[in-house]
Write a protein that binds this ligand. Structure first.
Ligand code: SAH
Ligand code: SF4
Length: 318
């Protein structure tokens, strides 16, 4: 299923025909069908997968030198409603099964066996730690030598910090990487951007990270005039330094938030320099796939809007 990902048991011709038939009955292969695929001028490729019940999710493949990172979804939609996020605006539809989560990697491999993802990040649609049981199993499938065999250090779970499940992830013996979406240096501002702050607050999340025995990444989307002042970089440095955390600075993807403006480039560079001046390791990411709406949730939102206008034009974008 995972190492030579056939499209159906029928294709597994090295197995005896009666066994293939039995497998087909007992374990029908759940497929994700590609409803749309778009390639950006920067090489980023985005897939919209249709699930068996008609729901749709997204994955984005980001090539970078020798790496190919696949960004996968863990839920259909998301209940957490962060103000800058297209998936958040969609609301929550349902959890994905472990097969549907790992299946995104399987299907991407099937499309281009030569371009197997080297890294997987849970940065597509949904909050992975609100679907812990399925994500727990999917992590095993992704990492296990009998599964996809992707090294734990090449698999990153991104979360807003759902405390009970953060502890469960920390308990796993494999060295999975953790990225925590901070986006604000104070609880007050974070509450404005991320409603989950009311339930799991910034100080509690930071406290939980001190228990995590591995180095964590803090994610920070730069929003013009909101969280990009140099004084806020100073505050952020005070949080990141004691943790020895890496700060990932993300340009705001404008499609996710029509009312917010991305920080301008000089401000982003100044923010990054300021963090570094405090001895914090910081990386300003490039915004990838701008021309194909490659931020989480955007392709689905965009296609649905288009379909509402002209339903006869569902044609595959491939
Ligand atoms: N729910 C998880 C994982 C999915 S979102 C989480 O929030 O961490 C993955 C990352 O994309 C998060 O850091 C999120 O804040 C970021 N993101 C969401 N909308 C964005 C946008 N419009 N521009 C840039 N980054 C965005
Ligand atoms: Fe959900 Fe993450 Fe989007 Fe927030 S940023 S709404 S947690 S997917």
């Amino acid at each position: 299923m995972w190492q030579r990902p056939v499209g159906s048991w029928e294709e597994a011709t090295d197995l005896p025909a009666p066994l293939r038939a039995q497998l087909g009955d007992a374990f029908p292969l759940a497929r994700l069908t590609c409803d749309a695929a778009q390639r950006s001028s920067d090489g980023t490729e985005k897939f919209l997968w249709k699930l068996a019940d008609g729901e749709a999710i997204e994955s984005v493949l980001i090539p970078e030198k020798t790496r190919r990172t696949l960004c996968i979804s863990s839920q259909v939609g998301c209940a957490l409603g962060c103000v800058f996020c297209a998936t958040g605006r969609m609301g929550f539809r349902r959890n994905l099964s472990a097969g549907e989560i790992a299946g995104q990697v399987r299907e991407a491999m099937r499309r281009d066996p030569a371009a197997q993802p080297t890294n997987v990040v849970f940065m597509g649609m949904g909050e992975p730690l609100l679907n812990w049981d399925a994500v727990d199993t999917a992590l095993t499938i992704l990492n296990h030598p009998d599964g996809l065999g992707i090294g734990a250090r090449h698999i990153t779970v991104s979360t807003v910090g759902i405390l009970p499940h953060l502890a469960r992830l920390a308990q796993r013996p494999e060295q999975f990487r953790l990225a925590v979406s901070l986006h604000a240096p104070t609880a007050e501002l974070r509450r404005e951007l991320m409603p989950i702050e009311k339930k799991y607050s910034l100080p509690e999340v930071l406290q939980a990270l001190t228990q995590f025995r591995r180095r964590v990444t803090l994610e920070y989307v730069l929003i013009g005039g909101k969280n990009d002042a140099l004084a806020q970089a100073d505050e952020l440095a005070k949080l990141a330094r004691p943790l020895g955390a890496l700060v990932n600075l993300l340009p705001l993807h404008p499609g996710g938030a029509p009312d917010l403006t991305p920080s301008d480039r000089p401000r982003m560079l100044a923010f990054e320099r300021r963090l570094k001046s405090h001895g914090v390791e910081a990386v300003l990411r490039r915004s990838r796939g701008l021309d194909i709406s490659a931020a989480c949730g955007q392709l689905r939102v965009e296609l649905e809007a288009r379909r509402k206008v002209r339903p006869e034009e569902h044609a595959r974008v491939e």
